[in-house]
Design a protein around this ligand. Structure first.
Ligand SMILES: *Cc1c(COP(=O)(O)O)cnc(C)c1O
Length: 476
């Protein structure tokens, strides 16, 4: 089946028409025959060429010539199909997917329910602009979010296109509701790449360096990082609250935004009691507590939302990534009085809550609620921690194994000093990718390998993928 590809060459011939304007004709087009994605794709790791193979390399050359250098890539392949637990490339290699396109294809890539919903919607209508002519899909997604997000208070939602846009809008509603301006974000935070969200993000390289100036009235306070700071949740919370009170003042603060489990920062799970104490302080001071669940939401952590595991009910929750099985959609969901504080027309965007993305989200949300995915995420987490806990007994470079559910990570250190070992981490990830296993790294210190497999991955693929990573570690 892999031998049947015919590579498409998109060659346009340019000439001038009678008015002297450039016109372009595509002289020939050959159909691409690629395997259909989704769970029926053969669930196996297959290496037919080195990675990248020649066809992938051809695309990467075109990428280098056509695409801004700032847009990087982790896995040097040309993807042509994906599903279950694999990504297939143009050379017929089939890679085990332990990254889900950064926690996006949680229900699986090209999941059949999502595909069917999208196909039906795309043939019905593709866009009206919800702010011009509303439609049911948008309302249905918001009703589901109001039901599924933590807390039984009255909630309202609004839809956008990306996680960064959701974060921007969460800050907007918090400022409007409180009439205050200051916002607190934490060490190790990641909230996006737009101007405001770069300002909220902690790490300079690669996210912020040279891209300022950043928005004003953003303050950073220390988070809870038990492996490195050794503080209890209460101690870490007092440290953060002390800074907020002394350096900003509770009555000046519109919002505190935090990822319940910090994602790009290193899958850092705060010490017990840290988040509840911060959330309580926010309530006591009239500050909107925003949980950024863009990465941790939707069954990923073995709960519908990580906030539930960490014992907090946020005032506003931001979501995106896993929400729509790979289509771009994002949301904010929050207390009705906060969400309703904005004047009509104050929130929105041309594409926000696009009907095709909403149809995909309705199918994905149904899967999260009814297909046992929360349990599946827990099983996946147990398998990952078991594999690495066993290895840790004889390998002190494994500093910590942490995370929840299918959002697990391993922090690599120099055993002698405990210092972060970014070089080892990069070497392990690179070797695993060369062996056909997609793994991602993260962490403020670049020394964390993270596992975010699609919940549709089969056990045999997960085990094989983890085995490849462990072998890469042993060889490094
Ligand atoms: C990915 C991410 C974002 C940004 O989402 P985009 O869709 O890339 O804009 C924001 N917050 C968190 C926690 C994320 O992981």
């Amino acid at each position: 089946m892999y031998g049947t590809y015919i590579h498409v060459r998109t060659m346009y011939i340019a000439s001038n028409d009678r008015r002297g304007l450039r016109v372009y004709a595509r002289p020939m087009s050959t159909p691409t025959i690629a395997p259909t994605g989704g769970p029926t794709l053969a669930q196996e790791r297959v290496l037919r060429t080195a990675i990248p193979g020649p066809r992938s390399q051809e695309l990467l050359d075109r990428k280098a010539a056509a695409i801004a250098a700032g847009v990087g890539h982790t896995v040097p392949i040309a993807a042509v199909a994906a599903g279950g637990g694999v990504v297939v490339d143009a050379d017929g290699n089939s890679l085990i997917d332990l990254g889900s396109g950064i926690a996006v294809t949680t229900v699986g890539n090209a999941d059949p329910k999502v595909v069917a919903a999208v196909q039906q919607q795309v043939a019905q209508f593709t866009h009206t602009c919800f702010m011009i002519a509303p439609y049911e899909g948008y309302v249905e997604v918001c009703e589901a979010l109001n039901r599924l997000t933590p807390g039984d208070h009255e909630k309202k939602s609004a839809l956008f296109n990306s996680g960064a846009e959701a974060v921007e809008n969460a800050i907007k509603v918090a400022r409007k509701y409180t009439g205050r301006r200051a916002v607190v974000a934490f060490d190790h935070a990641y909230h996006g790449r737009t101007n405001l969200t770069m300002g909220l993000t902690a790490k300079a390289m690669p996210y912020k360096s040279g891209f300022g100036p950043f928005a004003s009235e953003i303050y950073r306070v220390p988070a809870s990082y038990p492996y490195r700071d050794g503080l209890s949740g209460a101690e870490a919370a007092e440290r953060a609250i002390g800074i907020m009170e002394k350096q900003i003042g509770g009555d000046q603060l519109a919002a505190v935004i935090i990822e319940p489990i910090q994602g790009e920062g290193g899958f850092i799970v705060p010490a017990d009691g840290f988040l509840p104490r911060i959330a309580q302080w926010c309530t006591d001071n009239g500050v909107v507590f925003i949980a950024d669940e863009v990465q941790s939401g939707f069954a990923r952590t073995g709960a519908m939302f990580a906030s539930e595991l960490l014992g907090v009910v946020p005032d506003v929750v931001t979501t995106a990534k896993g929400i729509a099985g790979g289509l771009p959609l994002a949301a904010i969901t929050g207390r009705a009085e906060i969400m309703d504080a904005s004047h009509a027309g104050g929130l929105g965007g041309t594409y926000g809550g696009n009907p095709v993305a909403c149809a995909a989200a309705i199918a994905a949300l149904d899967a999260f609620e009814n297909d046992g995915l929360i349990e599946r995420a827990q099983q996946i987490g147990d398998r990952i921690s078991a594999a690495f806990s066993k290895a840790q007994l004889s390998d002190p470079r494994i500093g910590e194994i942490r995370g929840r559910g299918a959002m697990m990570a391993v922090e690599f250190v120099d055993p002698a000093t405990g210092a972060p070992d970014a070089a080892l981490t990069a070497a392990v990830a690179k070797a695993a990718i060369a062996e056909g296993v997609i793994v991602l790294t993260c962490g403020t210190y670049g020394n964390v390998v993270r596992f975010l497999p699609p919940l549709s991955i089969a056990d045999h693929l997960l085990d094989e993928g983890l085995g490849v990573v462990l072998a890469a570690l042993a060889a490094a």
